[in-house]
Ligand binder design. Structure first.
Ligand code: ADP
Length: 868
């Protein structure tokens, strides 16, 4: 711990004072200042200054809370979209903040025809409607990326975008629909007379104590004949000990980056962490290359979706965002500061510098890094590196300050499914302050303690002050809830702010949605397998507009202080509960029945273990037909048609959605809601399950009990377990208690010769070519680096014949630092893979040689591992 509040540095910490004295110049009691050029503007202000200084009278955002938003005259491309039934909510019926656009700026200069989704993705377009394909055909990552790569935004510069001049409208239709969700989450938060974050009834926000006695070990589903899920307690709690026979099955795969708080949570909830088994049911690791997701078995869960680097890399995030900005304008997509991706955008950036001179500030970042590494703020052209790949982003030079100090927010977002899209926003998060007071002068740009808010950067500053108390607004790290309490005390409309954050979260996820859905379809076999926690870094400018800085696909869960624990402890328990872990389906029906009785889990359940039928992607022909039919309808048509004759597959989706919502804890579902159909127009194409959920929410969002009742009536008849005849249940062979017998790689000691290859396959060069300059490796096992996507043995081929163990290497050092650092691993999608190849036992090889289906089955034997 460095320094305390009494230390001389305390005066520089964001606040250590009572709320009423906080941030005086922002005080609502000081209206004169609120009108001044530099004063932060409250969301309540009706008068906003335009760039030219003239006042624009704007209606209050709260006016759009009225359910009857007048149908606006929409020139928005969405205006006539059928998703909106002719009414585009995206047209700003009510704009809260509007600064004038420079003339001629129409929201993007790239040739829209180049950016048509059809031009971008036609080659990789899957058959979206037909979900039964089990399509594991390989397609290279490069292909997909090329298709999604956009041209530069060279001529867009006329917008002169920075935080002073950018279009700053609020997408009223969508944010208003989220406003009630936001208000609900924030309504009770305030700061009490002792300066502590509290509820309105006076109870402290962070006063929860761990449960004194063990918590139940299972959470029953809301529905009959749906197995219960493991109940996760928090890192400092315990669940009731499980019967040994179940405990043996609950294996968690160790990775070097599994955060301690996750390890504690899972071990206290009955899991055993191990490196050695291939029969693991869960893991928390790095992002993997898309083809590696094929190795995830149907009883396993992994904390990523394929392709999320599309939003997790700074360069890709911008390209995806720019595509939507070009199509829908800055009114909808104006929340990421203008960015240039070098070297591609070098000419355009140079032209901008030439035009603007040194008056604008930019921030230079590596495209796939984290923790503030390699970041600098610049304002002159020679400061821009021209020899490396970087992103150069407009610097938000007038951030909202608290005690003259800059901060950013870490927002946690959970996506449990991309099709249908289900997005949850966590109610708490972190607020990270710079350790030196802010100063906009060009001469201070080199001061990283002033301009960067990363903990990794600021922790080494002599003025950094820790904050151990989650409820206190003091030191250089606060909880998000404390910030809301603080801002409320400043008379800021926090619900409006939070709903804008929710809006930017949804739009950002949508910007990567298409590619992720395509990759998931190609590489993930079960709906059970994937979920992902994202860390959104958001900064607020002096006009209280949120700006997205980046999205982390492996947000740090490292917890070094009670404050971290208060936020991340409940976060991880809620997350694991929501995504529902089941006991793997390795127990006989008799064993399950006995255990259900012993555990007193009720009569509604017929099985204790995972039921793969609930998560299958297979569809009957009738179900496929319904997908096609609904996708061809207008909203007014599908609102009724989608839910009047639910299919078993529909019911399975409802089960997942309702159970998830029921277990959401402090997560708030922001997509789907009854209003989020307003976002459908931003998606590349209509998606059946999103429409189904829209119809469901439209009918039942106000009466959940009725929704649950209707589904339960079908579940009681086991309607949801009716699967296509092609579905195969796994075989469970148990004798007197299940024994885990992991399928280990072929051992040289027990060795047989490498399998002979079928005639149509190329020889596996990796097995026969010794590494140059190195001692010849043992005959049956070699390990070397290969770039999977370009290697002549494509992953699918490799994996058909060999055990392939691969995971992205990440950047050196990320793993060791995880428990030390606050920040997250960086993401790359171009790094090499370490692939360990083992000769497969002959019997398996010959099985695989038969056909592609055999190869797909073999994928079940693959194991994912971190690079050692
Ligand atoms: P990293 O992944 O290395 O953390 P970020 O994009 O999050 O990179 O930037 C690091 C820090 O730099 C942020 O936490 C924020 O304080 C500051 N920063 C980044 N981009 C901007 C920007 N456009 N304007 C102002 N500050 C920024």
């Amino acid at each position: 711990m460095k320094g305390a509040d009494s230390s001389p540095t305390a005066a520089r910490s964001p606040t250590a004072v009572a709320p009423q004295t906080l941030c005086k110049r922002h005080s609502p009691d000081n209206p004169g200042l609120a009108e001044s050029e530099n004063a932060p503007l409250s969301l309540h202000n009706k008068r906003q200054r335009t760039k030219s200084g003239s006042d624009v009278i704007e209606p209050l955002v709260s006016s759009c809370q009225d359910s009857a938003i007048p149908a606006p005259d929409c020139s928005s491309p969405l205006a006539n979209g059928k998703e909106n039934g002719g009414l585009s909510p995206h047209c700003a019926a009510t704009l809260e903040y509007v600064t004038q656009l420079p003339e001629g700026c129409s929201g993007g200069g790239a040739d829209p025809s180049v950016l048509e989704p059809s031009n971008l993705t036609s080659a990789c377009e899957p058959d979206e409607e037909l979900e039964d394909d089990d399509n594991y055909l390989d397609s290279s990552e490069e292909e997909l990326e090329d298709e999604l790569t956009l041209t530069n935004n060279e001529d867009e510069e006329s917008c002169g975008e920075d935080d002073q001049s950018v279009i700053s409208s609020v997408t009223v239709g969508s944010t208003c629909s989220l406003r009630s969700v936001a208000s609900e989450a924030l309504s009770t938060i305030c700061i009490n007379e002792h300066g502590l974050a509290a509820n309105e009834d006076g109870s402290l926000l962070y006063a929860e104590t761990p449960a004194p006695s063990p918590l139940p070990s299972f959470t029953p589903s809301l529905f009959s004949h749906v197995p219960p899920s493991i109940n996760f307690c928090q890192y400092n709690e315990k669940t009731v000990d499980l019967p040994v026979i179940i405990g043996r099955l609950l294996k968690w795969r160790f990775t070097n980056i599994t955060p301690l708080i996750v390890r504690r949570t899972i071990t206290n909830s009955g899991f055993k962490i191990t490196k050695k088994t291939l029969q693991w049911c869960g893991t928390w690791g790095k992002h993997m290359k898309s083809p590696c997701f094929k190795s995830v078995r149907e009883f396993q869960k992994i904390n990523h979706f394929p392709g999320t680097f599309q939003i997790g890399r700074k360069d890709k995030l911008w390209k995806n965002f720019l595509r939507l900005q070009t199509k829908f304008g800055k009114e909808e997509f104006g929340f990421i500061p203008k960015t240039f991706v070098l070297p591609g955008d070098m000419k355009a950036l140079k032209a901008t510098f030439d035009k603007e001179g040194v008056k604008k500030k930019w921030i230079v970042k590596p495209p796939a890094s984290a923790r503030g590494t390699g970041i600098q703020v610049v304002h002159k052209w020679p400061q821009v590196p021209t020899d490396t790949a970087v992103v150069v982003q407009r610097y938000i030079s007038r951030p909202y300050l608290i005690n003259d100090t800059k901060f950013d927010m870490r927002i946690y977002v959970l996506v449990t499914s991309f099709h249908p899209l289900r997005i949850y926003l966590y109610q708490d998060g972190l607020v990270r302050f710079a350790s030196v007071q802010y100063n906009n002068a060009s001469t201070s740009l080199a001061d990283r303690y002033m301009h960067l808010t990363n903990y990794s950067v600021n922790k080494s500053s002599s003025s950094y002050t820790h904050n151990a108390d989650a409820g206190q607004c003091q030191g250089h790290k606060w909880t998000l809830k404390s910030l809301w309490g603080y801002l409320k005390a400043q008379d800021v409309d926090t619900s409006a702010l939070w709903s804008r954050v929710a809006d930017l979260v949804i739009k950002t996820i949508i910007s990567g949605e298409h590619d992720i859905v395509v990759r998931t379809r190609k590489n993930v076999r079960s709906r059970y397998s994937c979920h992902e926690l994202f860390g959104f870094d958001v900064i607020i400018d002096e006009r209280l507009r949120p700006w997205l800085l980046e999205v982390n696909i492996s947000p740090s869960l490292h917890s070094a202080s009670p404050l971290d624990h208060s936020v991340k402890g409940p976060l991880i328990a809620d997350l694991l509960n929501m995504v529902a872990f089941h006991v793997p389906d390795k127990l006989s029906q008799q064993q399950q029945t006995n255990l259900l009785a012993d555990l007193n889990l009720g009569e509604k359940v017929s099985g204790l273990c995972l039921d793969r039928r609930i998560y299958t992607r297979l569809l009957t022909p009738d179900e496929q037909l319904k997908h096609v039919t609904i996708n061809a309808m207008s909203r007014s048509e599908y609102l009724t048609a989608a839910i009047e004759n639910l299919t078993p597959d529909d019911v399975r989706h409802m089960i997942m959605a309702e159970d998830e919502l029921h277990r959401a804890g402090k997560f708030t579902r922001i997509f789907p809601t009854a209003e989020t159909h307003q976002y459908f127009g931003f998606m590349e194409k209509p998606r059946y399950y999103n429409r189904l959920m829209d119809a469901w929410e439209n009918k039942y969002s106000g009466c959940r009990e009725k929704a649950i009742e209707n589904i339960e009536a079908l579940c009681a008849d086991k309607f949801h377990l009716r699967v296509p005849p092609t579905f195969k249940m796994p075989k469970v062979t148990v004798s007197g208690g299940f024994k885990v017998t992991p399928r280990l790689p072929f051992s040289p000691q027990l060795g047989k010769s490498p399998p002979s290859l079928p005639p149509h396959q190329p020889p596996p060069k990796l097995l026969t070519q010794p590494q140059r300059g190195k001692k010849k490796a043992p005959l049956l096992r070699r390990s070397r680096r290969v770039k999977l996507s370009t290697h002549p043995l494509k992953p699918a081929v490799v994996s058909s014949f060999f055990y392939l163990r691969g995971i992205s290497a990440g950047h050196a050092g990320a793993e060791e630092e995880e428990e030390e650092e606050e920040e997250e691993e960086c993401v790359t999608d171009t790094e090499e893979m370490r692939v360990e190849i083992y000769a497969a036992p002959e019997s398996e090889a010959s099985l695989l040689a038969r056909d592609k289906k055999g190869a797909v089955e073999q994928i079940e034997h693959l194991s994912i591992c971190d690079e050692k």
